[in-house]
Write a protein that binds this ligand. Structure first.
Ligand SMILES: *Cc1c(COP(=O)(O)O)cnc(C)c1O
Length: 386
């Protein structure tokens, strides 16, 4: 068998296991409505939690920056890609978060892949929640540190693992909001463990930044905690509506990341049209608090409507825009997704191996771009009898 035949065989195996993925092509966007195959679909699948990806002030900032700076950064930040716009964005992010320093990365995935190996290496240990994002897992593997996985949210188990470890440097790594469940990491207890065992704590706030906390500062504001041991990473591709990520925290840690993270040093940074869009988003996050309130009221409305409808499915406990409706069997989840699709509503079904066997679910993702009428439409479609 030739090497190319072995690749086709791998594809056929995926196909037979019904694991082949297909992309749907979006032909137009208007708020939370996406046109697919010529049909307008009300979407509950994106991560644009505050509806900022199409905010007029954000779009205009990008347009003006494109005219002024062009559409490419031309180089990595340590060569000549770091513009006054990148510099200003980092200062504004640090100020907003109330942290000494922030560093901008062109994507969240590459930020994590660069961060973990910067903080730990051979002879060190990294302690990971079992449900951490793929980018954190890949970062841990690249680091060559010993990897200890603790069962999801099981801090007793984490404590035992930390106690047993003789590693030189210890790093605890967790998602802030778990992306398939919508639950929130217990930051105060995690920090206490970090202090007790002299560890660092890296928290991926991809789904909390812009959303959690009264001011939208994310997981740390939600819990009201601060610590130089806490290294905060957040994506700017979700609630901030554009692209990229930040790493923020103690100035020494951030400086080391800038000096060492390979995905920072050897990648072209985002064009200034992205960083200017993000500066505008950051202003909107601070001035339009009604977006977070609307998100909360949408979640409350959905949860109230489904509270006594065990026949419809069980919403996992979540105060975040991620509202997973537990179905159980894969076929049933797919059928529910198809039924919603027929009604012009796009909610993704999530199946193993993304989630544990027997816990297939509809992952409903809410946005301030949804109207009250959109929410009523979703609820009516969810409770419709087969
Ligand atoms: C989306 C996501 C990332 C990756 O961020 P991108 O900006 O999309 O590359 C990392 N971590 C978590 C938890 C995410 O949900």
């Amino acid at each position: 068998m030739s090497v190319l035949d072995s690749l086709s065989e791998e594809l056929s195996a995926l196909d037979s296991a019904k694991l082949l993925r297909v992309r749907r092509t979006v032909q137009a966007v208007a708020g939370a409505t996406l046109r697919v195959d010529g049909r307008d679909m009300l979407a509950f699948c994106g991560n644009d939690y505050l509806g900022l990806s199409q905010h007029p002030a954000v779009v205009e900032a990008a347009q003006q920056a494109a005219a002024r700076w062009g559409v490419g950064a031309t180089a990595s930040p340590l060569v000549c890609g770091h513009s006054a716009s990148h510099e200003a964005l980092e200062a504004e992010l640090a100020q907003f978060l109330g942290l000494p320093r922030a560093l901008y990365f062109a994507s969240g995935f590459t930020a994590n892949v660069g961060l973990v190996p910067t903080l730990v290496g051979r002879g060190d240990a990294v302690f990971c929640d079992a449900l951490n994002h793929a980018s954190l897992i890949d970062g841990a593997r690249l680091s060559r540190a010993q990897i200890a996985v603790y069962p999801h949210a099981d801090l007793e188990s984490l404590g035992r693992q930390l106690q047993a470890s003789t590693a030189r440097r210890k790093l605890i790594v967790t998602d802030a909001v778990f992306s398939m469940d919508g639950d929130i990491a217990a930051l105060p207890q995690l920090l206490r463990l970090a202090e007790q065992y002299d560890a660092l704590l890296l928290v991926d706030d991809a789904h909390g930044f812009g959303v959690l906390g009264a001011g939208g500062r994310g997981i740390a504001e939600h819990w009201g905690v601060q610590s130089p041991r806490l290294i905060l990473m957040g994506t700017l591709s979700k609630a901030a509506g554009s692209a990229g990520a930040f790493v923020a925290g103690d100035a020494r840690v951030v400086e080391l990341v800038m000096q060492r993270a390979r995905s920072y040093i050897f990648a072209t940074t985002s064009p200034a049209m992205v960083t200017e869009a993000l500066r505008a988003s950051l202003r909107v996050i601070q001035t339009e608090g009604w977006r977070r309130q609307r998100l909360q009221s949408h979640a409350a409305r959905l949860r109230a409507a489904l509270a006594d409808r065990t026949d419809v499915g069980k919403l996992l406990p979540s105060i975040t825009p991620i509202q997973p409706l537990l179905i159980g069997e894969n076929a049933q989840a797919l059928e529910r997704m198809a039924r919603l699709w027929e009604q012009g509503i796009w909610v993704p079904a999530i199946r193993p191996p993304t989630v544990p066997a027997g816990t297939a679910r509809l992952r409903i993702s809410l946005s301030a771009a949804h109207s009250d009428a959109d929410m009523e439409r979703l609820i009516a479609a969810l409770v419709t009898k087969v």
